[in-house]
Design a protein around this ligand. Sequence first.
Ligand SMILES: Nc1ncnc2c1ncn2[C@@H]1O[C@H](COP(=O)(O)OP(=O)(O)O)[C@@H](O)[C@H]1O
Ligand SMILES: [Mg+2]
Length: 179
Amino acid sequence: MLVNDLLFIARQGAGAAPLNLRPIDLSDLVERVVGDAKVIAYDKSIGITLAKGSASHEMIQGDPARLRQLFMVLLDNAVRYSKSKGAVEVKVGESNGDVTVQVRDQGVGIAPEELEGVFERFRRGGKAIEMNAEGLGLGLPLAKAIIEAHKGRIEMESRIGKGTTVTIVLPAKGGGEQA
Ligand SMILES: Nc1ncnc2c1ncn2[C@@H]1O[C@H](COP(=O)(O)OP(=O)(O)O)[C@@H](O)[C@H]1O
Ligand SMILES: [Mg+2]
């Protein structure tokens, strides 16, 4: 997490986060990030799989570096809050012309009363503290700022002890305004 990322969160709060927009094939980008994340997952014997078939190859307008960072945050969390030998599944799909990306894990989960709060800066869940997981509580606030700068949204569903699913919805036409 860099000062630049904190600034990005603050600027998005003021509706002025800078993006370098380009046409992107989101399926290709996600595939590449999954490849990178496998390296961090390997240590914990956690497999990350990319569901095939449903992927939309529609081009969106997006900031490739920021979108990569967004998916890295989600995959880092999925691995970090999984027990050893869990499985993480990533699925790219389409819904009403929007592109969706889902990251599903079988990890420790988040208590219902904590679910809303995890998008606040420096907020960390009870399970995360309990398991002594490293972190500053800035991953999800950054992920939310990035997706909202792209005029999309992020949704999280979780059950304690069962796992967590994060869904990203991006408008097919893509994004925010050019920096
Ligand atoms: N996939 C997940 N499974 C379980 N808990 C999660 C997951 N992702 C995020 N969380 C919870 O949300 C909190 C905030 O996440 P984040 O902003 O990435 O901060 P950090 O990971 O540094 O604690 C975490 O402390 C954890 O309690
Ligand atoms: Mg995190």
